[in-house]
Design a protein around this ligand. Structure first.
Ligand code: GLU
Length: 428
């Protein structure tokens, strides 16, 4: 290593899980392994833009409330920045920064021409009416009109945001543009420029990544079990598609708690139940377990598809799974990495495992620009091909560097983005 290559500093891990620190610890390790130049390291470690906005809203009760909104652009080296918008009470700038960087690495690995971004509003959507949510979404969009655009920054759904909100974003942006601009946002309803297969895409990608891993391990899906944490869009679809491959789903959970059944849970039935009742609460799909117990239950595959920092140094030692497929963004804190590695558990990292969503977002953006829409088989076949290519790329990188799939993913992404950055050069 020359003086001018990046050297990993002493870990600044403070023990409390913070997604930005988790991201940076992996980034630092990967940067050292691939001998990233110090200047490029400095460029890529920070987002190029961080915007914080105030969102005043006249609530249904006539009172004025002000919410805080964020949009962080990590970079636009490979193309316009891309990334979802989440609504949650604990959204903060550090989380946005981590998630925006993850989007950059995810897009690079998936081989789609986007940089990374993330946005969010600090609010509790469960306490807001439809009209309040609409006002927040439209005001958020109008405050970011100079940032959003089909050629600049393209939002999408994330935690607690949905197709309806994407439709409001599209409409608000279009009203200001004096024309309909469908390509400004992805994850829209099908009838206004959405893509077939988009709602299921992240879960389908999780399934494809799992099948790739099982092929490498030489394991027959019909012989194994799986536990899925989280039963939202990602968890429920992953569980359904994995069960269709013959894998027995022995545990599922949501915010209300989880269920374990060694004989397997009927996933279509569980999906029906949640549709009718809003959650898994009181569903009796097996014996009751907590979300923490689910992570440690007896299953060959663990799919954490809920939220960040679920697997930490505190519980990593108790995990029995042999394969972890990260459906959520950042479900494993960096302080758990070495424990998991020591235990010989294979981890398909979030920036590979859950990239199906942004891959089909890319297809949606392409279709909007073409004005020509593909059938579902076409979308799913292309997704399958791109996920498999991404998996192989990461697998090969991990082999070449004799490291984990997680670091392999970071190395490939950082190397690619920094190569493009060098080719484009620094303007100024
Ligand atoms: N929110 C999703 C993610 O974290 C999708 C982002 C997108 O489609 O732009 O990957």
């Amino acid at each position: 290593m020359t003086e001018d290559t990046y050297k990993e500093p002493a870990p600044y891990w403070k023990g409390n899980a913070n997604p930005f620190e988790s991201m940076m610890l992996r980034f630092d390790k990967a940067a050292e392994l691939c001998k990233l130049e110090q200047g490029l390291y400095n460029y890529l470690k920070q987002p190029v833009k961080q915007v914080i906005i105030s969102i005043p809203v006249l609530m249904d009760n006539g009172k004025l409330e002000v919410f805080e909104g964020y949009r962080v652009i990590h970079d636009n080296i490979l193309g316009p920045s891309k990334g979802g918008i989440r609504y949650a009470p604990d959204v903060d700038l550090d989380e946005m920064k981590a998630l925006a960087s993850w989007m950059s690495w995810k897009c690079a690995i998936a081989n789609i021409p986007f940089g990374g971004a993330k946005g969010g509003v600090k609010c509790d959507p469960s306490k807001l009416s439809q009209s309040e949510l609409e006002k927040i979404t439209r005001r958020y969009t109008s405050a970011l009109l100079e940032i959003f655009g089909p050629d600049t920054d393209i939002p999408a759904p994330d935690m607690n945001t949905n197709e309806q909100m994407m439709a409001w974003i599209m409409d608000t942006y279009s009203m200001h543009s004096r024309k309909t601009v469908t390509g400004v946002v992805t994850g829209k309803p099908l009838i206004i420029g959405g893509s077939k297969g988009r709602p299921e895409a992240t879960g389908r990608g999780v399934m494809i990544a799992t099948m790739c891993a099982l092929e490498k391990k030489g394991v027959d899906p019909r012989d194994i079990t799986c536990a899925v944490q989280g039963f939202g869009n990602v968890g429920s679809v992953s569980a359904k598609l994995l069960s269709e491959k013959g894998i027995k789903i022995v545990a599922i959970s949501d915010v209300t708690g989880g269920y374990y059944n060694k004989d397997g849970i009927d996933i279509p039935k569980a999906i029906e139940y949640v549709k009718k009742n809003g959650s898994l609460k009181d569903s009796k799909f097996g014996s009751k377990i907590t979300n923490e117990e689910l992570l440690e239950c007896d299953a060959y595959i663990l799919v954490p598809a809920a939220k960040e920092d679920q697997i930490t140094e505190k519980n990593a030692n108790n995990i029995k799974a042999r394969l972890i497929v990260e459906g959520a963004n950042g479900p494993t804190a960096a302080n758990a990495d070495s424990i998991i590695e020591r235990k010989g558990i294979m981890v398909i990292p979030d920036i590979l495992a859950n990239s199906g969503g942004v891959i089909v977002s890319y297809f949606e953006w392409v279709q909007d620009r073409l004005g020509y829409f593909w059938d579902e088989d076409d979308v799913n076949n292309r997704l399958n091909r791109m996920m498999r290519e991404a998996f192989e790329t990461v697998y090969k990188t991990a082999m070449n560097y004799n490291t984990t799939m997680r670091l392999g993913a970071y190395i490939y992404a950082i190397d690619k983005v920094s190569k493009v950055l060098k080719l484009r050069g620094i303007y100024g």
